[in-house]
Design a protein around this ligand. Structure first.
Ligand code: ARG
Length: 607
């Protein structure tokens, strides 16, 4: 059950009766929210002000009328009205105890199955293969995977699609490198490594070091030669196409260890090359429907106002148009994305298409969505699920310039190493303090460090609002205290340890749960928090914001720690109380595990 939904249902009849305009009722009910200050109650309803305004009454009067009109229920205490008309709501202990006991038998831990399941296509990861993996693609992979998991958990159909950049200028670089600088023996022995070396070596021949614009006009002879190789590939040159076909498996092979390590599986990997044969048809259709027209030799979709800016002056004032075929006949990123929209609509008929892509592409997606809608795809929800950049501790862009995949995997290595150091310290510390630590071999400790290290990278990425930049700090992200993966993973392992130590089978708390007793404030607070799991997941799904799940975990962990300090479990004063507390501990462990799983983060039972 979702507590918030339960309350809204309780308030609905009274609010409907009081509302002059029935269409506004859902908005009013949306103003039932978790209380900012738990001393005032569990939830707060803030709709009296808006209702009063529409009715020309005083908000506190309206609030009191609503409270008086509530159905008789033992689920909540009589609500109080405060300040300018806030209605404070508090659940009764009996209701919470009953609801938590029910929760214990629910494998879904209260997560609802969507009444109207939707089909989502999620565009995630999208690295440009054959090129050093940019850290931005790490974010897209992690955030995208979390959204896939969250939406699936709620019963939606989700198609994950990796829109690989497998047709771009980086292949010109590889083709040029292969033709002029290859080491045949090295290529035969390990094509992946040789291609990675060639990419880096050719980039070093560019006149301007660190020149990221591989595509733009240039007088650099090497860059120009690379661009010509790309153009030949696109024109269907037999030699280049054949080479591209030999390179592709090696390029995909470079990505595999990263996905494996991140524990990310993407359903499809239909890259740009897949759409290449469809591009002339897309342009022809846009021209035939009068949506695109020729302009200075190019084919262009005018902006929403129907304008194709002709002068620089105009271009400054107007929204940009979408170029779908350049003067030289080349198709663009937008043409490919339009073909992709059509293919996805034809194939999966989604209700929504989410693009988990760097915020710097905002204009591209705005233009793309507008063009796609005019092209007839106007009933699907298009969303650019954007995220900020990864920056270093100095707040400067965090970039991988020198190496290929090694760079990203070394980033993950660094996190695993930091995790191992911290983990070993905490292990030794716990042992020195006479804590009951499991005996673990070094190999097992290294496995734990990998789970903790990768978890740390993911959690750090997911726990900020995705739209902000995120500071990559291996030391901070692996901290054992605070809102980190390690903290949650420890909390989980501690829950498991309680059962293991006393040889108690947690199964009985799930099949035949004991009565739940919530006498202590810390018990009540923990029960309330456990019941709020569905609310957090549904909110994360509604706005595509995974940090609402980590925020929830942090609140849960805090409530658990207060409970743990104040409420002895194994040494509880009475057997009923011990059972009730064990049930809460078991639920905390299950909820942490499930929530981390929604974020793609693993746990271990002993650490
Ligand atoms: N390969 C692109 C890049 O690295 C990201 C692809 C995003 N998805 C899309 N359908 N455009 O910038």
């Amino acid at each position: 059950m979702n507590l918030l939904t339960h309350l809204r249902t309780l308030f609905a009849p009274a609010v409907s009766a009081a509302a002059a305009d029935p269409a506004k009722v859902p908005d009013y009910l949306a103003a039932v929210k978790p209380a900012g200050n738990p001393d005032h109650g569990d939830y707060q309803a803030n709709f009296a002000m808006a209702l009063a305004k529409a009715a020309g009454k005083k908000p506190p009067d309206v609030a009191r009328e609503i409270v008086a009109a509530l159905p008789v229920t033992t689920d909540i205490e009589p609500p109080t009205v405060a300040g300018p008309g806030f209605i404070n709501v508090k659940f009764t202990p009996a209701f919470l105890a009953r609801a938590v006991r029910e929760l214990a038998t629910d494998e879904r831990l209260g997560l609802p199955v969507a009444a109207n399941p939707r089909t989502y296509v999620i565009d995630l990861s999208g690295p440009n293969v054959a090129k050093p993996l940019h850290v931005g693609h790490l974010r897209s992979t992690i955030i995208g995977d979390a959204l896939v998991r969250v939406l699936r958990a709620l019963g939606h159909t989700v198609v994950g699609d990796n829109h690989l950049g497998d047709w771009g200028t980086q292949f010109g670089i590889l083709l040029y490198g292969y033709k002029h600088h290859r080491d045949d023996a090295a290529f035969a022995a390990d094509p992946v490594r040789e291609l990675a070396r060639l990419y880096v070596a050719v980039r070093k021949l560019f006149k301007q070091a660190g020149d990221d614009d591989e595509e733009g006009p240039t007088d650099d002879p090497v860059k120009k030669a690379c661009q010509e190789e790309t153009a030949k590939l696109h024109a269907g040159d037999a030699e280049n196409v054949a080479l591209w076909q030999t390179f592709m498996p090696a390029c995909l092979e470079m990505l595999r260890p990263i996905y494996d390590r991140l524990d990310v599986k993407i359903d499809h990997a239909l890259g740009e090359s897949f759409y290449n044969p469809m591009l002339p048809g897309v342009v022809a259709d846009l021209l035939a429907k009068g949506l695109a027209r020729e302009s200075k030799g190019a084919v262009v979709i005018p902006n929403a106002k129907g304008v194709i800016p002709q002068t620089d002056e105009e271009a400054k004032k107007e929204e940009p148009p979408a170029i779908v075929r350049k003067r030289d006949g080349a198709f663009t990123y937008t043409t490919t994305d339009l073909a992709t929209v059509k293919y996805r609509m034809d194939t999966w008929k989604p209700d929504a298409m989410l693009y988990v892509v760097d915020a710097r592409q905002a204009l591209h997606f705005k233009t793309l969505f507008a063009a796609a809608r005019r092209w007839g795809y106007d009933r699907v929800e298009f969303q650019h699920v954007q995220f900020g950049s990864i920056v270093g501790k100095d707040k400067k862009p965090f970039q991988t310039r020198t190496g290929g995949v090694v760079e990203l995997s070394s980033l993950l290595d660094e996190a695993a190493e930091a995790a191992l150091t911290k983990y070993e310290a905490s292990y030794a510390d716990r042992k020195a303090h006479g804590h009951d630590v499991p005996e673990l071999t070094d190999a097992v400790k290294r496995d734990i460090a990998e789970v903790v290290g990768i978890g740390a990278v993911k959690y750090a990425d997911l726990s900020g609002n995705r739209t902000s930049d995120y500071v990559y700090d291996a030391d901070k992200m692996t901290a054992t205290e605070g809102n980190t993966a390690s903290y949650m993973q420890y909390a989980y392992a501690r829950c498991c340890a309680i059962f293991r130590r006393e040889n108690i089978d947690p199964g009985r708390f799930r099949t035949d749960p004991p009565a739940v007793i919530l006498g202590e404030p810390a018990e009540r607070a923990l029960a309330l928090q456990l019941l709020r799991f569905p609310e957090a997941v549904e909110a994360a799904a509604a706005d595509y914001l995974p940090h609402l799940v980590t925020g929830y975990l942090w609140d849960l962990a805090k409530a658990y720690s207060v409970f743990f300090e104040n409420c002895p479990v194994l040494k509880a004063p009475a057997p009923e109380l011990r059972d009730s507390r064990l049930l809460l501990v078991d639920l905390v462990g299950r909820t942490i595990r499930r929530a981390l799983d929604l974020l793609g983060i693993r746990v271990v039972e002993r650490m």
